[in-house]
Ligand binder design. Structure first.
Ligand code: NIG
Ligand code: FE
Length: 416
């Protein structure tokens, strides 16, 4: 039986920096936390177990990246150049570039290539402490290609120490073969693609890009109706580029989350609160497309809507593989506090996946998934930009990533 006591750590068990425990210990048996508390109260049952000294590190739950498009073919560095020369994201999309250029590359790529490229994006996230990740389809836009993306996402979850939650985003863009026939494409999404992919066990939730360059409110409703009929929870890319009541519609369907939300108004905020829908903010997309309209943070706070933060890793609006850098942007650009940012990538992000009982907190009885951070204070997590801070990433009680830089210093205290 694998038993261990992790000690010499500051514990932040629920991702809330206002709720911490100094000089704490975690007793882990067979991959699960069996006890946590002050070291001096360690029950005698565990006293003889092997010890692991974390040298005064801060320990938080593993991070959760609750909105990504991690699996895709190619990249869009060329389009980035066009945008820097003045073209807008929306203009490029209307010219047939944008999402559709990634669709072309994704359709052409085989599963092995998609897996390899996505794995190179997943590895840095895991090294930063991500233990659960959502991965959307949406660059296939036909049954075979959407299946290919979702199979790759599932395979990543099998081959890497991370829980993968898949989201079917068939309604991401109108594929060229359906040009001018958006309603017929929505039929295809609801009546052919979704049922087949559900039967194959490839879908955990369903998303829609509800936008003037995506799908209408009425089309989004049809996708949501089809999802609910199959017992699936929904979420929405809502009010990213324009105000259209998308978030309120998502709330009517008890969506897990509404994401982006730059153009959200007060009625939409109230609807999210009423439905217990998480507001997922994606500051790296805001930054990368040089958006200027800020999401209504004060309203979200006033209505006490849970706020999550995610990378939105994708080739068009958010080519980042750093959740920590994204936390920095959430603070710098949206003025989240460091505490809000940490809750946004732990407990609230887990709720946005509908998985708050599995992720986002360290608790007796749960799988022992946590990160030991080489920092003096948790406020450093969103403070540094592009600096590796995780000393250990632990999943099921096993160290799956360790950064030993600085461990050999004479003081035994890291200074990297
Ligand atoms: O989350 N807005 C829609 N979907 C993605 C971008 C996809 C792309 O441009 O490839 C987003 O921003
Ligand atoms: Fe997205």
């Amino acid at each position: 039986m694998e038993e261990r006591v992790w000690q010499n750590l500051h514990l932040c068990a629920r991702g809330d920096p206002d709720d911490t425990l100094a000089d704490a210990a975690l007793a882990v048996c067979e991959g699960k936390v069996v006890w946590m508390g002050p070291l001096h109260e360690l029950p005698t049952d565990f006293a003889a177990w092997p010890r692991e000294d974390l040298q005064g590190a801060w320990v938080t739950p593993s991070l959760v990246d609750c909105h990504t498009h991690l699996v895709f073919g190619g990249h869009r560095a060329g389009e980035f150049a066009l945008r820097l020369a003045g073209a807008s994201y929306e203009e490029i999309a209307r010219r047939g570039g944008g999402i559709l250029s990634t669709v072309k590359e994704t359709r052409a790529a085989d599963e092995a290539t998609l897996f390899f490229e996505a794995a190179r994006r997943l590895e840095p996230l895991i090294a930063e402490g991500v233990g659960a990740i959502e991965i959307k389809s949406g660059y296939g836009l036909d049954l075979a290609s959407e299946r290919k993306m979702l199979r790759v996402a599932r395979e990543l979850g099998r081959r890497y120490p991370v829980s993968v939650y898949t989201t079917f985003l068939g309604a991401h863009a109108l594929p060229p073969e359906f040009a001018g026939r958006a309603d017929a494409y929505i039929d295809e999404v609801c009546e052919r693609m979704m049922p087949a992919l559900v039967d194959e066990g490839l879908i955990d939730a369903v998303d829609v890009f509800c936008e003037r360059i995506g799908f209408t409110l009425a089309q989004s409703e049809r996708v949501f109706d089809a999802a609910l009929r199959r017992g699936l929870r929904v979420k929405m890319h809502a009010e990213q580029l324009s105000a259209n009541g998308g978030a309120a519609l998502a709330a009517r369907y008890r969506a897990l989350s509404a994401d982006h939300l730059e153009y959200l108004d007060e009625a939409g905020v109230a609807a999210l609160k009423e439905a217990d829908t998480v507001a997922v903010l994606l500051p790296a997309a805001y930054y990368f497309i040089r958006e200027t309209k800020l999401p209504p943070l004060d309203l979200l706070r006033r209505y006490k809507v849970p706020i999550a933060i995610a990378t939105d890793c994708n080739p068009g609006t958010s080519p980042t593989t750093s959740l920590l850098a994204t936390m920095n942007m959430a603070c710098t650009l949206f003025r989240l506090t460091a505490a809000e940012a940490l809750k946004g990538v732990t407990c609230h992000a887990a709720s946005a996946l509908g998985a708050a009982s599995r992720h986002g907190a360290i608790e007796a009885g749960r799988q022992a998934d946590f990160v030991a951070w080489r920092v003096d204070t948790l406020a450093e997590l969103p403070y540094w930009i592009g600096r590796p801070l995780a000393a250990r990433v632990v999943r099921g009680g096993m160290t799956v990533y360790a950064n030993h830089a600085g461990d050999a210093l004479p003081s035994g205290r890291s200074v990297t």
